[in-house]
Design a protein around this ligand. Structure first.
Ligand SMILES: Nc1ncnc2c1ncn2[C@@H]1O[C@H](COP(=O)(O)OP(=O)(O)OP(=O)(O)O)[C@@H](O)[C@H]1O
Ligand SMILES: [Mg+2]
Length: 346
């Protein structure tokens, strides 16, 4: 049993109308709690019920169902009451032990994410941000974006491991196209991971979490990115360049082919002498793809293929040709379809 602080209905108006009460969790069945917002429950329990209405700045959204949980909050499928279309709603994690100020600061991160996504609107392959808002009086923020109909690359890899070569190359090539558009807007994504990539039913790839992108050439005071996918310069506070994303793409490529990230188990920060796959790389990967992957995860950014020209050039040679049929080992969904149907831009 844990003790929790919850928001209470008759709060102090100076604290945003919120008072705090310590209760036990699980809540004894005779306890009645009153909430002035839709109920918030801790750890792993979905905090908004289907049917809840959320008022954004540009529209109203009805919660349809919970979709996933991330580091910043929970993701729901919602319906835009004006247009009728389904949307994705990213909702700040419920307030638990934070002070009002701390909680507001975390919400500020989501708001910053919204502003950055607005800067990056209309990049093909990146879901558009549509709206933002706050839930009730707690100031819990949410943002509304286009819903991606598909599976995360993390789930797809788990279902198809080891991913066939043509499918793996098609995912990396589609991401390379999307990142090329993002880099052209002078942003580095900085967090390309299997959970931030989705594959739609038609095989086209979408890149999530662009709201945390960093302007090219900017240094981050705090380490950013995800362990295993982030290159050393992201942990050193160096200026960030598109080569950061090339490293993460290389890590993702190996994850698809082998189920392992190349620096799995290596402690951050890197000291520059580490080797990828210290325990050996036993998977059967053909020579060209293996050489490309290993160069992408070089610790020195200058040894990685350049994002703008070299990487697309190498990948182009490995892609399925337009007009060809799916291979017998095609995955579902099948990212090679994008190139086989002639939609690629590399
Ligand atoms: N627009 C969307 N359409 C469909 N699903 C989405 C969308 N955005 C996010 N998701 C789902 O929610 C998960 C978490 O989303 P997101 O990456 O934006 O949040 P996060 O807080 O950054 O999480 P993490 O720390 O895991 O990256 C995704 O892995 C995906 O499953
Ligand atoms: Mg994410």
């Amino acid at each position: 049993m844990v003790l929790l602080r919850t928001e209470h209905a008759e709060g102090d108006p100076d604290d945003g109308g919120i008072a705090h009460q310590t209760v036990r969790w699980p809540i004894p069945c005779h306890t009645v709690l009153t909430f002035h917002d839709p109920p918030s429950f801790p750890c792993g329990v979905v905090s908004l019920l289907p049917g809840t209405l959320l008022n954004g700045c540009a529209g109203t959204y009805r919660v349809v169902r919970a979709l996933d949980k991330g580091g910043m909050g929970e993701i729901f499928v919602g319906r835009d009451l004006a247009g009728g279309r389904e949307v994705a709603i990213k909702l700040q994690t419920a307030r638990m032990f934070e002070t009002t100020g701390e909680y507001g600061d975390y919400g500020g991160d989501l708001s910053q994410e919204f502003n950055r996504m607005r800067d990056i609107l209309d990049v093909r392959g990146i879901p558009r941000v549509l709206d933002e808002g706050k839930v009730g009086r707690s100031g819990r923020r949410f943002l509304v974006m286009e819903l991606v109909n598909g599976v995360t690359a993390a789930q797809w890899i788990e279902d198809n491991l080891p991913v066939p070569r043509a499918a793996a190359v098609s995912v990396i090539a589609q991401l390379c196209e999307i990142l090329g558009r993002l880099h052209a807007k002078q942003y580095v994504h900085c967090d390309v991971t299997a959970r931030n990539v989705m594959i739609q039913c038609d095989g086209s790839v979408r890149l999530l979490d662009v709201g945390i992108s960093v302007p090219v050439g900017e240094a981050q005071p705090d380490p950013c990115g995800s362990p295993g996918y982030a290159p050393p310069e992201q942990h050193r506070g160096s200026e960030l360049t598109p080569q950061v994303d090339v490293f993460s793409l290389g890590a993702l490529l190996f994850q698809m082919l082998t189920g392992k990230l190349p620096y799995d188990g290596v402690e951050y920060p890197f000291d520059g002498t580490e080797q990828p796959f210290p325990g050996g790389l036993r998977a059967e990967i053909d020579k060209d793809l293996r050489a490309l992957g290993l160069s992408m995860v070089s610790l020195d950014p200058l040894e990685r293929p350049r994002a703008a020209d070299e990487l697309p050039e190498y990948l182009r040679r490995m892609l399925p040709a337009p007009g060809t049929c799916a291979l017998p080992n095609a995955t579902v969904p099948d990212p090679t379809a994008y190139y086989r149907h002639g939609l690629g831009e590399l």
